[in-house]
Design a protein around this ligand. Sequence first.
Ligand SMILES: CC(C)(COP(=O)(O)OP(=O)(O)OC[C@H]1O[C@@H](n2cnc3c(N)ncnc32)[C@H](O)[C@@H]1OP(=O)(O)O)[C@@H](O)C(=O)NCCC(=O)NCCS
Length: 176
Amino acid sequence: MIFRNRGSSIKKTKTLSEDELLKKYGLNSYEFTHKDKKEVFVCSKYKELDLIELDQLLQTVGWSRRPIRRVKRALEYSILVVGLWRHDEKFPRLVGFARCTGDGVIEANIWDVAVNPVYQGLGLGKELMNYILKELKRIGISKVTLFADAEVVSFYKRQGWLLEPKGTKCAFWYAN
Ligand SMILES: CC(C)(COP(=O)(O)OP(=O)(O)OC[C@H]1O[C@@H](n2cnc3c(N)ncnc32)[C@H](O)[C@@H]1OP(=O)(O)O)[C@@H](O)C(=O)NCCC(=O)NCCS
């Protein structure tokens, strides 16, 4: 997996004190900013998600709604759930999300990668992916897969993901 630094447009910041970051977003959270924006963003795997807010975020990218109760269980069964927050003292806002399933030891799958359209194109998606891969690596997982929608394949390719040859290695089954 290739980890690239976004260079000039994304900057790691320390707007929050270590204590504040820990208290508000939990251990190993990652704070950064965009050079043209005043906002501070934080990736966190521990800050609790409001499932209604998550549902709203996923609707902004046009995905069909899923019953909240099922989403709750899916998150409970996921090995890593990451929220990307636009920091605010009182009301941090969920602007990005992704989660991983897997055995927790050898392999993981990434699902539901989404950034609110208002914040797309700023490098947030890339920071979110880097954070996820770093966290997976931290727990020793080195093989990560995902299914990309056709229109975002180059988003992943740009970050060093390898494409499986068309139709030769993947198999799908959908319940009707
Ligand atoms: C895909 C998505 C997560 C990207 O998030 P983002 O914050 O806009 O992405 P970034 O700004 O970090 O872009 C990183 C790089 O990927 C490129 N990129 C971003 N979206 C892209 C897309 N849809 N297609 C191709 N390239 C894309 C950017 O130009 C940028 O290139 P650079 O590094 O050369 O500058 C976001 O567009 C999204 O939520 N889309 C809707 C949901 C979706 O399709 N999710 C993926 C499911 S598989």
